[in-house]
Structure formats: structure tokens, C-alpha cells
Design a protein around this ligand. Structure first.
Ligand code: 5GP
Ligand code: MN
Length: 358
């Protein structure tokens, strides 16, 4: 069985690149003592999965890493996080600054540039700036990585998730030597969580390499059903009611093939919304036969958060870039609008017309 998994990594076209980057990563890890792992702001399953996977790998090497994420995880991902291993920047900026001040290696996961870590990236920039003795690593699957910001970059868009890419990189590490059984079960569970969530339970961005990774991780002994229960069957009652409202009263269709929702502060308050309650809503319109693009707009304190999804050739990364101050992937992107939520429908509908007129 092992050979199948070995083959997947060693013989794929990108194997040489992954191998070279993995070697350099190994050098950096071996010569560092204080490692900080960063996930992107508004963390999702791939973000926390890749961070926790890296955390356990480093722990296994006898290191004492710490994770920093800008703001809180949805409750249904907390089961992955070891006690005391993660600090949220918005909750304890001083501790984060102390940790960064003594770090000699920073690992950024599931983001294409440091700024996607959120507010915390400004602190990192101020604190260590271009200090070459603090090395920086990026492992990511988004378009257009800002390679100039890092010492080592492993970037590949032809994978399901940062977790899948991290899995490939970890298999290449000398202590693992292509044997998934040398990854701890906690590491494997975190990686599998990220793959399950970023593919929306195998609905999108699934590659042949994805099944190989999943097969190996499950073969390692990870309880996939337990993860499924934690992540996809642990939602709140509030979320169910809110979903009813959003589908029945809020969703609007725009010709030729678009649907969107807007979630205001007022409705959030009325339903008792907490972060994570609208997770996955943006995917729902894509189950309608003729709908090929969907958008979800959430009112935040200083901006409107945008989530975009699409099917097939419709490039929402392009849409996010052009009209929403953002980016992401071809079929899943996001961004921010600096306008009031009331102005969003007119703005969005006019941009949809422009986008589909081309
Ligand atoms: P989500 O809709 O789940 O928040 O984000 C979908 C994708 O879009 C993610 O891959 C994420 O990296 C990207 N994304 C979300 N928000 C932003 C943003 O503000 N800027 C950029 N560049 N990408 C974003
Ligand atoms: Mn991801």
C-alpha cells in the first residue's frame, strides 16, 4: 500500500518542486528554535487544519511552536486545537508581539501574502520588518503568491487545499520519508479536516492527488466520521432558522445566472448570530440548475465582507479583483466593499451586468 502514496508524491509533475522546497523547509526548521505558525484572518477549516497539522509535526521534532491567528475560529473547529497552543491577535496583542519578538521562523499557511493574516501582519511587519535573521515560509494554494515576502515558498493551485499541499511537503521531510504512519494521528486528523472543508466535502477543487492524500490519512487511522460530525453536523439551531430566512426572504436572483444574499447587523442581532452561523450559505444557490455564480455579503463594523462562489468557467477571482478589493480562487473568492450594505444590491447588480456583458 505504501507505494501508492509514495508514487503520488514522487512521480507527479510537480514532485521536483515540492521536493526542493521541502528540503529547504527542512533546513530552516532544523536551524530554528522559536517557530510561529500563522493562519489567515477569519480562519476556516483549511486555515486551522494546516496550522494544527504543522504544529503537531513540529512538536514531533521536539520544537515548541505556537500558532497565531488574527481572530476567533468558529466553535466547530475548536476541537482540533491543543490547549494553549493558539493565541488570537485581537484578544491578546501583547502576547502575540512577545512571541513574534523572539521568533526565528515564521510559517504562513493557506494565504498568498502576509497581509491576508489580517491586522496581525502589520504588527509582524513593524516588529521584524525585513530582518533577514527571521526566516519566513509560505505554504499555499492561492493564485499570485507574493514570493518576495518569503524565504521559502511552496505554492500550488492544483491541489484541493493548503492541507493537501502541506501533506505532500511533510511526506517529503526526512523524518517522514513518504510514510504517512510517521505523521501523528493529530497531525493527520487536522490535515484531513482541512481537505474535507476546503473541498466542501468533495464537491469542489478535488484532484486525483486529493483522494490519494485522503486515502492515506484515513488509512493512518483518522476517524473521518468523527470529524464529519464535529464539522458538518454541529451547527447551531440559530443557523438553521437564519438559513430559512435567508433562502425564503433574502436571496435575490440576477440575470443571467447569479444569486446573492445580504446579511445585515440588524438581522444578525435579531437571530442571535455568532461567527460561523452563515458558513456554507454562499454555496446553496449553486445547487439551482441555472445558477452559476453566487455572492454573500455580510455587514461588518467598517466594511461589507464579500464571499463569491461559481461553477465551471466563471472566474470569481477575476470578479473579486475587479470589483470587490479581493481575490482567492477561480471558483471561490472573497473581498471587501467599503460602502453601506444598503448600497450593495445596486452596486453588485450593475457589476454583474458589466461582468457578463464582456
Ligand atoms: P470565503 O468566502 O470562504 O471567506 O473565502 C473564499 C476564498 O476567497 C478564500 O480562499 C479566501 O482566501 C479568499 N478571500 C476571502 N476574503 C478575501 C479578501 O478579503 N481578500 C482576498 N485577496 N482573498 C479573500
Ligand atoms: Mn484554503
Amino acid at each position: 500500500m505504501q507505494d501508492i502514496f509514495k508514487f503520488a508524491v514522487i512521480n507527479s509533475k510537480k514532485a521536483m518542486r515540492v521536493t526542493i522546497a521541502a528540503d529547504r523547509l527542512n533546513e530552516l526548521i532544523q536551524t530554528s528554535s522559536d517557530v510561529i505558525i500563522f493562519g489567515h484572518e477569519n480562519p476556516d477549516g483549511d486555515s486551522i487544519g494546516s496550522c494544527v497539522g504543522m504544529y503537531h509535526y513540529l512538536k514531533g521534532l521536539g520544537k515548541d511552536p505556537h500558532m497565531i491567528i488574527n481572530n476567533r475560529l468558529p466553535d466547530y473547529f475548536v476541537f482540533l486545537v491543543p490547549d494553549g497552543a493558539l493565541t488570537y491577535f485581537v484578544e491578546d496583542p501583547n502576547k502575540c508581539e512577545e512571541l513574534v519578538a523572539k521568533a526565528d521562523l515564521l510559517v504562513f499557511l493557506d494565504m498568498n501574502g502576509m497581509n491576508r493574516a489580517g491586522e496581525v501582519s502589520k504588527m509582524v511587519e513593524d516588529r521584524i520588518g525585513h530582518n533577514p535573521s527571521v526566516r519566513k515560509v509560505l505554504i499555499d494554494h492561492h493564485l499570485n503568491p507574493r514570493t518576495e515576502e518569503f524565504d521559502v515558498v511552496v505554492s500550488d493551485t492544483e491541489v484541493s487545499s493548503a492541507c493537501e499541499l502541506l501533506y505532500q511537503v511533510l511526506l517529503e521531510q526526512p523524518g517522514v520519508a513518504a510514510d504517512v504512519n510517521r505523521l501523528s494521528i493529530e497531525c493527520a486528523a487536522a490535515l484531513l479536516t482541512g481537505i474535507l472543508t476546503d473541498t466542501n466535502n468533495f464537491a469542489n477543487s478535488v484532484y486525483p492527488s486529493t483522494y490519494l492524500a485522503v486515502s492515506a490519512l484515513q488509512g493512518r487511522g483518522v476517524d473521518r466520521d468523527a470529524i464529519y460530525d464535529e464539522v458538518f453536523r454541529s451547527y447551531s439551531r440559530i443557523r438553521m432558522r437564519l438559513m430559512g430566512y435567508m433562502l425564503h426572504d433574502n436571496m435575490r436572483f440576477v440575470d443571467p445566472c447569479v444569486a446573492y444574499f445580504t446579511l445585515s447587523e440588524r438581522i444578525k442581532e435579531q437571530y442571535g448570530f455568532v461567527r460561523g452561523d452563515s458558513e456554507g450559505f454562499v454555496n446553496m444557490p449553486l445547487t439551482v440548475k441555472d445558477i452559476r455564480m453566487s455572492a454573500f455579503f455580510t455587514e461588518e463594523a467598517d466594511y461589507v465582507k464579500v464571499s463569491l462562489r461559481s461553477k465551471g468557467d466563471i472566474d470569481v477571482n477575476d470578479f473579486a479583483h475587479k470589483y470587490c478589493n479581493g481575490g482567492g480562487h477561480k471558483n471561490a473568492s472573497g473581498g471587501r466593499l467599503y460602502m453601506s450594505l444598503e448600497d450593495v444590491p445596486e452596486y453588485f447588480e450593475s457589476k454583474v451586468k458589466e461582468f457578463f456583458a464582456r
